[in-house]
Design a protein. Sequence first.
Length: 112
Amino acid sequence: MKALVAIDFACNDPDNGEFAGRVDQAHYAEADLEGDCLKGYAFEVRDGMIRIHRRQFRFIERKFWVGNWCWDSFWFSRPVAKQLLGTMRRNGRWRCGDGPTRFFDWWNGQTA
């Protein structure tokens, strides 16, 4: 099996750790992605798929409460992870707060 890619989402209620149906932060590799909407964006999980920005993405595995109870980790095939990250970037409402320089510059539209 080809390597899988983990993308973590802050999709749980910070008061009780239950799934909130919204997401405002994500973590990919060493990069932190922050949404510009404090209440977050609609985020749905059903039948092995997540739905964000009106698109669905099939995940292979889900791990609950990764790091703390606000975060869940989703494991995707490389092509699906690439599509998901591209969708989030094209949406224009996510910013890379920190991460490797090449990824940070690509995500935030900066060139060397």
